[in-house]
Design a protein around this ligand. Structure first.
Ligand code: ADP
Length: 772
């Protein structure tokens, strides 16, 4: 090598991406996003195959990735660029070889997707980097000039792990997919356990972290739970159920840190309770399969953010890891997150379980408590004093949505733990009013613990839901409130639920009956309730929709080149269409907020033509366009499909597909189930704040009519009324959606990652898009 020659810097910045440690669904989505975002930002993307192994071995294991190379990645499970546990990278000589390979390939930024081990390795590598370069020069492996442009190594971490074991982030890429798989399996076991009055002990993954086990127990209503963070204290008694389900994390242990195996639990159930018990170890099925909607969304947005972080880093900035808090993607110093995680393990090893629980993440302990309270019927110790106990009515308003039953069950159980009376109103406001006189049938019934137990995994609305509003007959509604002596109303539903509470709140001037706490828990697949960025049921709907899209796309891969125009629900809100578009990698998404016009269609047809031309054989698959049902009254789904077909002039064809009510059905996703529990408990606690207060004092407090919502990184209650209330400031009443829709920016990301925005840019520059 001629050391005097001025090194030629690569024309473009090169960003490497690798997946390491245990594989997790969603890793492919992250790789796709990093590759495409890097190319979009005028960088070159390189995949390092087999994790650190590829970095150490170099050569063909580090390969440039082009736009088309990651086509179809979103819907594939595992990691397509491979992962390995690499012992050589743990030692310095291994990392020396890795550094040399990176420089030879011209890469000075690395996005690492893996667990805490992988991220620790990445940080060690960055810290050592200057010394590694010096050694390489000293040993004559590289020249000073060669290393000169690569003085600084940028590392950005993405957490890919099914265990959700990294502190500092609410969710890791893969954890919700894994939870989905576990819940499907446990739901199935439930049926057989019920049929035979059997006990089942189900072992799930989680060597050091009980997140999967805890969330699975909540989502499926398991009777006992064993996790590493909180060994069991007591044995609980029989509760009259036909089946007994025990969920055990593989790392479960007792207070002396002795392993609690699933077989040991099985023996206890068999010998002590005389219960016919079976054991099921779910094993690697928990890792497999396609990523769920949330993991596709998370991995995509975090991958995009990782590239942004690479480009914004300075030599002084600590390596960041991309995290999520509630609904907000953030950056945290990587080593802080790793250190926090290690501290939790230390606390467990020191038998300080209480602190370990608190440190896991803010909500973990809360979830655990909520689980305990809902898993058993009697908690006299938690009862409020008599004068604070309330009669809390629960009602469903609007279309059914996943999570409604779970929220109702959680409300009933919470009421029972506190001594309140949970009253279910059947069939919404018309149901309430229909039985206003003393008829033998009452639409208002107290719900027992055992009765609502089976609602734990059921879709739809068991108590019945109705779109009609109380404004249709306020007087009868008020009478019914009085007759049943409601002290609070918990309303589960979508925009109608919001409107209903608005009407009741406004009618407080005429009717004292409405001067009680009125709380809305948003539940609608459209996710169009002011005051929140998330509604129960929207995640279930997205999962159903992406399953539909994946299947339809696959059907096209074996036939001719085909574009599917898929019509999504969502009313006048394009949330579902856009988020599903992000999760399936749609070519374009048409939403009411933007409308559809002939120019857009024409540009998109040019883009499709180009897209098909560049398709490689192996990656060939159908293309998807998602169109919200209200995107345009002229350009209907069928019309768009017909126009595309006509204009394609035989190069490809087009079909319309409408999943319709399929989107509202099915068992709720685990995310909707666990969030139903958590949000409901917050609602109940909010209602309790008004216990014992006078009606006028309640009416005077603007928080007495409120919506619970996720906003950015927080869960908040927003007041309905008042000058700054949601009704006045955040509601677009005519279009039945929030005024500012937080997700509108996602449109741009969908377009960037499909290549549509580049196509549009080029069309504007050259009149027509011609790719190279
Ligand atoms: P995970 O990333 O899922 O926690 P591991 O702990 O097995 O999985 O780590 C994956 C890989 O990361 C290891 O095989 C090794 O190559 C690398 N690695 C882990 N810890 C370190 C470390 N302290 N120093 C260097 N490399 C490490």
């Amino acid at each position: 090598m001629d050391s005097n020659k001025v090194p030629v810097e690569p024309k473009k910045r090169r960003i490497g991406v690798l997946t390491s440690g245990g594989d997790a669904p969603g890793m492919n989505g992250a790789v796709r996003a990093v590759v495409r975002m890097a190319i979009h930002c005028d960088c070159e993307a390189y995949a390092i195959f087999e994790g650190y192994e590829g970095l150490v071995n170099g050569g063909d294991m580090i390969r440039q990735m082009h736009w088309e190379d990651v086509r179809g990645y979103l819907s594939r499970g595992g990691t397509l660029i491979g992962s390995a546990r690499c012992m050589t990278f743990r030692e310095r000589p291994g990392r020396l070889r890795a550094a040399k390979n990176m420089i030879l390939k011209g890469i000075d930024a690395l996005v690492v997707c893996g667990g805490d081990g992988s991220l620790t390795g990445a940080d060690v590598f960055r810290a050592e980097w200057p010394a590694l370069l010096a050694d390489l020069v000293k040993a004559g492996e590289l020249t000073k000039e060669q290393v000169e442009p690569y003085k600084v190594l940028n590392i950005v971490g993405l957490v890919g792990s099914i265990d959700n074991d990294l502190s500092g982030t609410d969710a890791t890429i893969g954890c919700y997919s894994s939870l989905t798989r576990i819940c499907e399996a446990v739901d199935d076991v439930f049926d057989t356990a019920f049929s035979h009055q059997r006990g089942f002990v189900i072992e799930v993954m989680g060597r050091h972290c009980g997140w999967l086990a805890l969330m699975a127990a909540i989502s499926t209503g398991a009777d006992w739970l064993f996790i590493p963070e909180m060994p069991p204290r007591t044995n609980r008694h029989d509760r009259g159920k036909r089946r007994t389900i025990v969920i055990v994390a593989e790392g479960a242990q007792d207070r002396q840190l002795n392993k609690i195996s699933s077989d040991k639990i099985k023996d206890i159930l068999t010998t002590r309770l005389g219960l016919d018990t079976r054991t099921t170890v779910l094993g690697h099925t928990q890792r497999g399969g396609a990523a769920c909607a949330y993991d596709r969304w998370l991995s995509t947005l975090q991958g995009v953010e990782a590239v942004r972080a690479v480009l914004e880093m300075t030599p002084q900035s600590p390596s960041p890891v991309i995290t999520i808090r509630e609904n907000k993607i953030e950056r945290t110093p990587l080593m802080d997150a790793v250190q926090l995680t290690k501290n939790v393990t230390d606390k467990i090893n020191n038998k300080d379980f209480e602190t370990a629980m608190t440190m896991r993440d803010a909500e973990f302990k809360e979830y655990y408590r909520a689980y305990l309270n809902t898993a058993t019927p009697d908690h006299p110790k938690l009862y409020l004093p008599e004068n604070k106990r309330m009669r809390i009515a629960i009602i469903h308003v609007g279309a059914p949505a996943g999570g409604m039953n779970q929220a109702t069950r959680a409300a009933v159980n919470y009421c029972r733990t506190r001594g309140h009376t949970p009253l279910a109103i059947h069939n919404g406001f018309p149901g309430l009013c229909r039985h206003s006189e003393d008829t033998p049938v009452s639409s208002v019934r107290e719900v027992t613990w055992l009765e609502c137990d089976s609602w734990v995994n059921e879709g739809g609305s068991d108590i019945g839901t109705n779109r009609s509003l109380p404004g249709e007959d306020l007087e009868t509604t008020a009478k019914c409130f009085e007759r049943h002596q409601f002290d609070a109303l918990f309303v589960i539903g979508g925009f109608e639920a919001f409107t209903a509470v608005s009407q009741l709140r406004k009618a407080r001037a005429q009717y004292d009956a409405f001067k009680i706490p009125l709380v809305v828990l948003p539940a609608t697949i459209s996710n169009n309730v002011p005051g929140t960025e998330y509604s129960l049921g929207s995640d279930t709907c997205l999962n159903t929709l992406i399953e539909f899209c994946d299947a339809i796309r696959q059907s096209a891969s074996s036939s001719r080149r085909r574009v599917f125009v898929i019509e999504t629900q969502g009313g006048k809100s394009g949330y579902i269409a856009t988020t599903a578009g992000l999760a399936v990698g749609a070519v374009a998404v048409y939403i009411p907020e933007q409308g559809v016009d002939i120019k857009t269609l024409s540009n998109d047809i040019d883009f499709l033509r180009d897209n098909f031309r560049r398709d490689k054989g192996a990656n060939r698959a159908g293309k998807l366009i998602l169109r919200n049902e209200c995107a345009s009254s002229t350009y209907t789904t069928q019309v768009i499909a017909d126009i595309i077909k006509e204009e394609a002039k035989g190069r490809f064809e087009s079909r319309a597909a409408v999943p319709g009510h399929f989107q509202q059905g099915g068992k709720p996703s685990p995310m909707d189930r666990v969030r139903a529990l958590r949000m409901t408990i917050k609602c109940m606690q909010h209602i309790e704040e008004f216990a014992g207060k006078s009606r006028d004092a309640i009416a005077a407090d603007k928080m007495s009519a409120a919506v619970i919502g996720i906003k950015g990184s927080q869960v908040l209650f927003g007041p309905m009324g008042g000058e700054n209330g949601l009704e006045a400031t955040e509601t677009d009443w005519a279009r039945r959606r929030p005024k500012d829709e937080f997700w509108l920016d996602l449109q741009e990301t969908v377009d960037v990652l499909s290549g549509r925005s580049a196509s549009r840019r080029n069309q504007e520059t050259w009149g027509c898009y011609e790719s190279t």
